[in-house]
Design a protein around this ligand. Sequence first.
Ligand code: PGA
Length: 243
Amino acid sequence: MELKRFKNYHELSDFAADDIANSIKNNPSLVLCMASGDTPKLTADLLVKKLKEEKIDYSKITFIGLDEWVGLPPTNSGSCHYFFQNKMIQPLQLKPSQYFLFDALAKDLSMECARMDRMITDRDIDIMVVGIGMNGHIGFNEPGTSFNNLSHVIELDEVTKSVGQKYFNEQVELGKGITLGFKHLLNAKKVFLMANGSKKAEVIKKTVEGQVTENFPASIIRQHENSVILIDEEAASLLSKPR
Ligand code: PGA
């Protein structure tokens, strides 16, 4: 695990976008898995801009969405689907054969998990971009989730249910999530965990300096050989060891 500190959110996002764009330049069939949420927003915008401005061929990339709120339609502006469609799929005009998102309305969610697992078995994830929740979750891998999990459906933690309201225009009932598992994260060739702002300082301290434990999911990042934590000054503010 490597830790990179940036002055602010923009610099951090620019670094991630630059790295992904260059990786696509070197590997036009790159498989990119991304989280939705506030943190990766600017990375997605800058990545789309760079790919277009630098005329990088992105026609063969594969895009994978990390997770979804169970029961929410893709038209809900707070859904992960909506984020992926608006930030990546539509701007890059990706073909349906190029992207894979959880169908959170699927009748059989375990089949839906199996479909995503099969798809990932067929093509390794080259770069995985994730954020970190206020309870240390990654995707919907909530505290207590096994580090060995593949895709699964999970009862959301109370913290996730209340913090998650920020994505919606009106109060929504959030119950379960469907998500890729940590086995996918450990198998990804490179992982970026990004965090910005002082509200993330505590969880970043635990991630970097606390115990590696399933009770604090983001600590798994330290078990990945090619992972990079990207943080701004504010998110780094509680770290005790100078890095
Ligand atoms: P955020 O969400 O990027 O909106 O802070 C992070 C997360 O819950 O994983």
